[in-house]
Design a protein around this ligand. Structure first.
Ligand code: PRX
Length: 635
């Protein structure tokens, strides 16, 4: 079976082969790589127990496949192009050989300070080459990386460090993103003061040269520990099912959970999906604008491209700085061929006006991609017309932190595109729609809850430290299925359109936000008795946060109140989470057992009052009229 899908027929053949005999199909893909010992068995799985094992008994090191494997033929090829925040500052380019050398040096440095196989290392840093070097160095010596997006607060960082009992933190002095500087090291210090007892060392990269505090017993400069390190480091032999990384993500309940991916299966799937979805060809310049703090950055800035021997671009800044033409300037500067971004970025650049895209030579582009949230038709067409000049494919890729790689997406230029549709499943992916009782919804032109009925190599293995939670959230909602938490529609021809989350997760600007976390933070405000947060359609962000709040006293100045609430969210979660609308109410609609009926609040927030459903069973049905009247007064 060909590894590369080059025609529509190839896609159908690959899909059929992957369903008829998944083990054989994935075994053939895995043979591309260097294994220190071949696997004994391809797959064992039991969805009921949330257990999946791929390439059992196989031994390898993923960095051998990302780096060593390319040295002979591509040692001088650029592996990484780094574009800094300030357009005038000098960027960096690292060849495969240079990246290999740096990874080995940092791997040796980590070993020197006592990092061993299985230790957890937290990265809290901006998009700088050292972040890529650092996580690959962990993989080289078998340490598990846990990257925390540098926009999270000290509280969120501390929660994640404690949950994974990290031994080392790697950070920068400061972070410069757009016009803002943030005090990364000071935030780390603040987090560590919250009782992160497992942390022995903090490695600090001098990035802006800005002010920091220092603890002589604990803190180390990156450049000091790298000094005189050898540029070779023996790769540690890892088991296919050893963890590669932990990445925290929000769910409907409780604190964010640490999604665990393991080495062998993740490696095979992110490589296979990268090559095929984007139709990457040797020599192409590929740019994914995500942050490595999210799964998109892990799979499609670092691992997928490097496993494929690609040239991957990494950008430190934001699309609007210094002005909304920055993305297009970068595309022109590096002659980017494949460009992958989020619908929120597209919507905000579209709103800024066409003039920013005009005047840039975008003729190098041949594939465009989107990820992270549903893309509306207007944004899809703008992207296709204004950036792709109506000529090149747009791949709307659907996947999740838990899926490790892209599961449903057009194959660029090969399977057809339909605006707003992630379209057809990748080979190896068997989607199914079910109703709320778990009954399969068959046929086409239907809608339901999206599940997957057979494991693929990069499926979530566990939630760190709590396998029961993994079972409960993903595998035991519907028997024998992986439940995605998304609702989807299947059209007449079998294409999938992702409608959005059906649980209490809100997708704001492509960031996954759990309502429980937001409510807990809002409830910390001294005036708040109780709150309920739902999403509502927002022109730029996709969804905005609408908070219904019961206050202890009359709120006279709603603007100040909202500012205070947003400050609480900044402190407790991070500046990426802010309420867009606050409605003060005297009660929340509840069932007789005391559960908030979010369905009703969601409808009110959406302004869809036509069908609120049966409210007679509520404990306090009278509150609904009050909330509706107040919500109307906001408009
Ligand atoms: O609701 C879906 C939405 O993002 C969720 C996953 O978020 P996260 O784990 O942060 O990963 C984002 C990057 C892979 C999904 O459950 N989502 C992701 N991609 C799409 C999407 N919704 C619609 N269309 C997409 N292409």
């Amino acid at each position: 079976m060909s590894l590369r899908i080059k025609t529509l027929e190839d896609y159908h053949d690959a899909y059929k082969a992957s369903v008829d005999n998944p083990e054989k199909f994935w075994e053939e893909q895995a043979e591309t790589f260097t294994w220190m010992k071949r696997w004994d068995k391809v797959l064992e799985w039991d969805f009921h127990m949330a257990d999946t094992f791929w390439f059992i008994g196989g031994k390898l090191n993923i960095t051998v496949n990302c780096l060593d494997r390319h040295l002979e033929t591509k040692g001088d090829q650029t592996a990484l192009i780094w574009e800094p925040n300030e357009p005038g500052s000098e960027g960096k380019k690292l060849t495969y050989q240079e990246l290999y050398n740096e990874v080995c040096r940092f791997a040796n440095a980590l070993k020197n300070i006592g990092v061993h196989k299985g230790d957890r290392i937290c990265f809290y840093m901006p998009m700088v080459p050292e972040l890529m070097i650092g996580i690959l160095a962990c993989a080289r010596i078998g340490a598990i990386h846990s990257v925390v997006f540098a926009g999270f607060s000290a509280n969120s960082l501390a929660d994640r460090i404690k949950d994974a009992t990290c031994k080392v933190i790697v950070c920068t002095d400061q972070n410069s993103r757009g016009p803002k500087i943030s005090p990364i090291k000071l935030i780390v210090d603040e987090a560590l003061a919250m009782g992160c007892d497992s942390v022995e060392k903090v490695i600090v990269l001098s990035h802006t040269g800005g002010g920091i505090s220092w603890n002589n017993h604990r803190d180390l400069w990156w450049h000091d520990i790298m000094d005189k390190q050898s540029t070779t480091c023996e790769p540690v032999m890892m088991d296919s099912e050893d963890p590669l990384f932990i990445l925290y993500t929000s769910g409907s309940t409780g604190k964010p959970k640490g999604v665990v991916h393991t080495i062998g299966g993740y490696m095979v799937y992110v490589w296979y999906s990268f090559l095929n979805v984007f139709q990457y060809k040797d020599g192409d310049i590929y740019w994914c604008t995500a942050d490595i703090g999210w799964i998109t950055g892990h799979s499609y800035i670092v691992y997928g491209p490097l496993l494929s021997g690609a040239t991957t671009v990494m950008f430190e800044g934001i699309p609007s700085y210094p002005d909304p033409s920055r993305f297009w300037q970068i595309c022109e500067k590096y002659k980017v061929n494949i460009f992958y971004t989020a619908p929120t970025a597209i919507r905000s650049l579209m709103a800024a006006g066409d003039k920013y895209a005009q005047g840039h030579n975008l003729s190098s582009l041949h594939v465009l991609g989107t990820v992270g949230e549903p893309i509306n038709a207007e944004a899809w067409h703008w992207y296709h017309e204004h950036i792709g000049k109506g000529k090149i494919p747009v791949v709307d890729t659907w996947w999740q932190t838990e899926t490790g790689g892209i599961l449903i997406s057009p194959i660029a230029g090969i399977t057809d595109m339909k605006p707003c549709y992630a379209s057809y499943p990748m080979p190896g992916i068997q989607p199914i729609l079910v109703d709320i009782y778990g009954n399969e919804i068959e046929g086409n032109d239907v809608e339901g809850l999206l599940c997957i009925k057979f494991p693929w190599p990069s499926i979530i293995r566990t939630t760190y430290g709590d396998h029961g939670r993994c079972r409960e959230i993903y595998f035991n909602v519907f028997p024998e299925l992986y439940f995605t938490g998304d609702g989807a529609r299947r059209d007449e021809e079998g294409r999938y359109r992702i409608i959005g989350r059906v649980d209490d997760v809100i997708n704001v600007s492509g960031h996954r936000i759990g309502t429980a976390e937001v409510e807990n933070a809002i409830n910390e405000h001294p005036l708040v008795v109780e709150s309920a947060v739902v999403g509502y359609p927002h022109d730029i962000k996709g969804q905005g946060l609408y908070a219904f709040v019961i206050s202890r006293e009359n709120v006279h100045d709603l603007n100040t109140f909202q500012k205070e609430i947003n400050e609480k969210l900044t402190i407790l979660i991070g500046p990426i989470v802010k309420t867009d609308i606050i409605l003060i109410v005297s009660g929340l609609p509840k069932t007789r057992s005391g559960k908030i009926m979010r369905r009703i609040l969601r409808k009110i927030a959406e302004g869809d009052l036509s069908n609120l459903g049966d409210i007679s069973t509520l404990f306090n049905p009278e509150i609904v009229d009050e909330i509706i009247a107040k919500s109307k007064s906001l408009v």
